[in-house]
Design a protein around this ligand. Structure first.
Ligand code: SF4
Length: 114
């Protein structure tokens, strides 16, 4: 049995996940907590926020995030990819900054206009 706190919404329910019983989840208030608890123990993923260099913008770095959650064990490598990326202003929120992170089909996208 593993205990964890659901991070899907601010309520922060205390979940228990039973690995020996098909990853059955208890302590969740809603269905999303059940999904989160199961996934966290079988294939944990996260949306990854970061920044990239930008030329001609009002700031030197542009905030970005992954377009979908990526597997946790790829986070470090994914962020390393951004070291070599430099975009040029203007950039619109939602623009793809880096395509197909490590073959996942998930992109880094801008999170603001600049
Ligand atoms: S189980 Fe549902 S209500 Fe509880 S923290 Fe997760 S998303 Fe929020």
């Amino acid at each position: 049995m593993t205990e964890l706190i659901c991070i899907v919404c601010p309520r922060g329910c205390h979940l228990k996940v039973d690995e020996e019983n098909g990853y059955a989840v208890t302590g969740n208030t809603c269905k999303r907590g059940e999904e989160y608890g199961k996934k966290e123990l079988t294939n944990p993923t996260r949306v990854v926020p970061s920044t990239v260099k930008i030329k001609g913008g009002i700031h030197r770095r542009l905030p970005v995030k992954t377009s979908k959650p990526i597997p946790k064990d790829l986070i470090f490598k994914a962020m390393k990819l951004l070291d070599t990326v430099e975009v040029t202003s203007p950039v619109k929120r939602g623009d793809v900054v880096y395509k197909d992170i490590l073959g996942t089909g998930i992109d880094f996208i801008a999170t603001r206009d600049m």
